[in-house]
Structures are given as C-alpha cells and as structure tokens.
Ligand binder design. Structure first.
Ligand code: 7PM
Length: 259
C-alpha cells in the first residue's frame, strides 16, 4: 500500500503533492513501483496536528481519487475518520476506507456499510492531539486485540461482512517505543486472529527513538527492514512511502517464507 499524502502539512512530503496532477503522478509512480493499493489521506489525524475541516478535506482528496480512478485500476484507499468524506470518496471511486478511529465516529459505521467498500480498522489509544503523552496498557497485544475484536463485532452487527475487513495495531498511535516493538514482535497474534493485517510504520518516529538519533535515511531503512519482518509473520498489507524498496523486501520474504 503506497502512501499518498494530500495534506499541505504532511511531515514526509512537505505538502509537495497538494496539487491534483502532481498527486496523481506520484500515485501512478507508486503503482509502477509495485504498489497494489494507494492510500490517499487529506486530513491530519496525526500526533499533534490540527483537525481539518470536512470541506477542505474533500477538496483535497476527491479530485485526486477521481483522476486516479480515471487513469488506473489500482485499489484506492481513503484515509479518513469522517463519514461524509467516506461516502464521497467511495462515490468517487475509492475501494477501501482506512479509518484510524476504526469507525467510532458517529455515522461512520453506516457510511462504511452503505459504501460496500473494504475497511481497515486501526487501533488508537486516546486522540491524536494527546495520545503520545502517557500511553498505558495492561498487555498491549491483548488490549489492542480486544479493541479490534470489539470493532469487528460492531461491523458485523452493522452488516459489514468479515470479508470486507482488515485490522491494524496502529503503530505510533498512543504507543511508546516499547509498545510498538512488542506489537511488532507479536504480529503473529494478530495474523492468527484470522483477518488480513495491515502494518503502518513507514518513516515513523519510533525508529528515531530506537536508533537514538534521527534521520530520514535511517527511518526509511528501518521501515523496509520492519516490512520484511512483518511479511515473514504473515502481515498481508504494508503501508509505505518507499514502495520500490519495500516491494523488493516483500519479494524476498515471499521467496523465503510460506505464509
Ligand atoms: C504524522 C504522523 C504524519 C503520523 C503521518 C502519520 C497509519 C495510518 C497513518 C497506520 C493505518 C503516517 C501517519 N498511519 N493508517 N495513517 N495505519 N491504517 O505515517 O499506521 O502516514 S498517518
């Protein structure tokens, strides 16, 4: 899954892809590099970021979804927590809703059900502005699995079939380095729960903490290494900014491991 940020305040791409044509170009490049899906995000549901107005978010993502849909059959994911954005994005051609709130916003479950799109349910402790302050768990893997099981059950009750779902432990979303590492070490537990698992660690600050220094190159190398590990553990979907190298790591994992 290649990441396409259409947020002007995005930390990784510096707002370089705010313009529709450039965003679509970048998406097509990611597809050429081997991305099977493109995750399009127009809001900052990010640690410490300001919330984005619904109209503004739609104005960012809808032209990109429409143009990409017109030019490619690639699986399109919309990274949003807002029901109206989910509905509009799916009408514009999105195939999947990637929600860091796991459809907890009022109306989100109904929007997802009506869309007939696939859904990624991600775990987050707290809310983006404050979630990194003091995350606390009993057993982080057990707690995150219980949360995801509850959200899967909520989807089922709403009429969203399991065949439409995947789950994500939500690396960096209300987690310390130790929490992130334990989730990564025990990714198999999530895989064994039966639904496809998505991992999103690309370029995240957890790697700067692990290394004891920061640098984009170091973060990228660690992200690709983590992708290899996750693939060997049966993780089906890797969310990445750096698709070409990540795909190569996944090719090696596929060659070495029977999953
Ligand atoms: C600043 C901090 C900017 C964090 C962007 C981010 C995930 C996601 C994001 C994830 C799923 C980023 C994150 N992370 N969706 N959206 N899983 N499913 O690295 O881990 O893009 S936002």
């Amino acid at each position: 899954m290649g990441i396409l940020n259409v947020t002007p305040d995005s930390f990784s791409d510096g707002g370089a892809y705010v313009e529709t044509a450039r965003a679509v170009d970048h998406a097509l490049t990611l597809v050429e590099q081997g991305a099977a899906m493109i995750d399009i995000g127009g809001e900052s549901t990010r640690p410490g970021a300001n919330p984005v107005d619904e109209r503004e978010e739609m104005a960012r993502v809808l032209p990109v979804i429409e143009a990409l849909r017109a030019q490619s059959d690639v699986f399109i994911s919309i990274d949003t927590i807002k029901p109206q954005v989910m509905r509009a994005a799916c009408a514009a051609g999105a195939d999947m809703i990637n929600d860091v709130m796991a459809l907890r916003a009022p109306g989100a479950i109904d929007a997802a059900r009506d869309s007939e799109a696939a859904v990624c349910l991600m775990h987050m402790q707290g809310e983006p502005r404050t979630m990194q302050t003091a995350p606390v768990y009993g057993d982080v893997v057990a707690d995150v699995r219980a949360f995801l099981a509850e959200r899967v059950a909520a989807c089922r009750s709403a009429g969203i079939d399991d065949s439409r779902l995947c789950v994500d432990p939500g690396f960096g979303f209300g987690k310390t380095l130790a929490h992130n590492l334990e989730l990564m070490r025990r990714l198999r537990c999530f895989v064994d729960d039966g639904l496809p698992v998505l991992m999103g660690v690309s370029r995240k600050s957890m790697f700067a903490k692990l290394h004891g220094h920061d640098g984009m190159e170091s973060r990228i190398h660690a992200s690709i290494t983590a992708a290899f590990w996750a693939a060997t553990q049966g993780t089906g979907i890797i969310r990445s900014h750096d698709v070409a190298h990540t795909v190569e790591a996944l090719m090696l994992a596929a060659a070495l491991v029977d999953n």
